[in-house]
Design a protein around this ligand. Structure first.
Ligand code: BTN
Length: 263
């Protein structure tokens, strides 16, 4: 993408995972800004060790290599800027306003999932310093032209998942969307390098976060609890009020819980 740091864009018909590919490239010394985009992934990675599946040639499956000098506790902002750039791109290309479900899902206005983001830091090849700065690969999978009808989805996804094609009512050009995403990402990544810029990105995330103000169930590896998400911290972590206590959630899964009628 001219005028940005994302000029080395590597396309693959099929690859196991664009995140895996760029993590290896990072270890071999690839510079910030390398992009990997695939028509199909045979072992696409999702959050929390899940798989990310999509039929060939339908969705945008892309990863970017970043080398941000982020304070350790602000690592979440690296994935947040990619989610925010995707919102910008969808707004610019299709005039659709999406929201972020914490930590990093993109939701349509009706709450159905449209995209997921997975950030993987490579601590083994972190640049020395205090604090050490690891390269981070941030991958996003956006449902662009799949599904093209409700019947195309596997049963477990029907009703909870949608695509740009469904929302816009037409086939969407994936290359244009990628260009818009990388264009929007450039200033957001530049912001990661300054205190003021990081605060601006955290504010932008808060403004577009559908989770804040919602009743949630937080699922942690060893337990779960319910409460109301009241805010995001400057690091992009979720604040949940549960039984009168404010708890900060750094990582985990969150389910938006619908209030029961009258409750
Ligand atoms: C999630 O679980 O919601 C995150 C899914 C992230 C999927 C994308 S597709 C491109 C990149 N390569 C991968 O292997 N995963 C990410």
């Amino acid at each position: 993408m001219p005028g940005t740091r994302f000029t080395d864009i590597r396309h693959f018909d099929t690859i196991d995972s664009t995140n895996r590919y760029l993590l290896e490239a990072a270890r071999a010394g690839a510079p910030e800004g390398v992009v990997a985009v695939a028509d199909h992934q045979s072992a696409g990675r999702g959050r929390l060790g899940r798989r990310w599946e999509a039929p060939a040639g339908t969705n945008l499956l892309v990863s970017v290599l970043l080398r941000p000098e982020l304070p350790v506790d602000q690592g979440h902002l690296a994935s947040a800027v990619v989610a925010l750039a995707a919102l910008d791109a969808v707004d610019l290309e299709l005039g659709l306003e999406l929201m972020v479900k914490w930590p990093n899902d993109l939701l349509a206005a009706d709450g159905r999932k449209l995209a997921g983001v997975l950030a993987e830091a490579d601590w083994a090849s972190a640049a020395p310093g205090t604090p050490p700065a690891p390269p981070v690969v941030v991958g996003i999978g956006i449902n662009v032209n799949w599904p093209d009808g409700d019947t195309d989805l596997p049963d477990e996804l029907a009703g909870t998942t949608t695509s740009l094609r469904q929302l816009a009512g037409r086939v969407v050009d994936r290359e244009r969307l990628l260009g818009a995403l990388l264009g929007a990402l450039e200033p957001r990544v530049a912001d990661l390098g300054t205190v003021v810029g990081r605060a601006a990105q955290a504010d932008a995330l808060r403004a577009r976060c559908a989770t804040v103000g919602t009743r949630v169930r937080v699922e942690l590896p060893d337990h779960r609890f319910e409460g109301v998400a009241t805010d995001l911290t400057p690091e992009g972590h979720l604040v949940v009020e549960s039984d009168g206590v404010l708890r900060t959630v750094v990582a985990g899964d969150v389910v938006h819980v619908r209030a029961s009628p009258g409750g």
